[in-house]
Design a protein. Structure first.
Length: 196
């Protein structure tokens, strides 16, 4: 687990919203993905976790992603850019316990601005932990291999063995749209990019 549950939920699994509310309709269509792409949009309809140990976790985020994607003809990919945003997350007590975490430890980490994340947390009467968190220009960098099958896109990070979650994509003209889901998160995240 990286630094904060905020990163796990928002930055790694895509919980968040670009500020435009729910994502629009998406129809996977596949297409020629090879090339360099500049990220132009990011949105999510995710509100929390579907993991049995974190049932009831909720997130209300405003996230901005800037950067580039590159897919080569030899089956490798790279992502480079930054993420900024705010998030209000409520972690149920059972969720924190399952990850050997406490609200006080999250509060300490966020107050110290650990890993570029700042914010505060407070326990409520139910023992849940409500956190207000933010990041500014958090660097994102990822490389790995990819494969496509129809409209399905499998991306495996360097050092990994399997693709995380499921991604569908569609290339129409100079626009790439990708929609990702995770088995532990309710909802999906959609990213759009323009070919450079």
């Amino acid at each position: 687990m990286r630094k904060s549950l905020f990163i796990v939920c928002v930055w790694l699994l895509g919980c968040g919203d670009s500020g435009s509310g729910q994502c629009g309709a998406f129809t996977p269509c596949g297409g020629a993905i090879v090339g360099n792409w500049r990220i132009t949009g990011y949105c999510s309809n995710i509100t929390g976790s579907s993991s049995s140990s974190c049932t009831g976790m909720t997130a209300n985020a405003q996230v901005q992603v800037n950067g580039t994607l590159s897919f080569t003809s030899t089956g490798t990919y790279s992502i480079a850019g930054t993420e900024s945003g705010t998030d209000n997350v409520t972690y149920p007590q059972a969720c924190l316990t399952s990850m050997n975490m406490t609200c006080a430890r999250l509060e300490t980490a966020l107050s110290a601005g650990m890993g570029g994340i700042s914010g505060s947390c407070q326990s409520n009467a139910n023992g849940d932990c409500a956190c207000a968190e933010s990041v500014a220009n958090l660097p994102i960098s990822e490389q790995g291999t990819y494969s496509t099958s129809g409209s399905s896109l499998a991306m495996i990070k360097t050092g990994g063995t399997t693709s995380e979650g499921s991604t569908q994509y569609c290339v129409q003209g100079d626009t790439l749209t990708m929609q990702a889901t995770s088995p532990t998160i309710s909802g999906s995240t959609t990213l759009t990019a323009t070919k450079e």
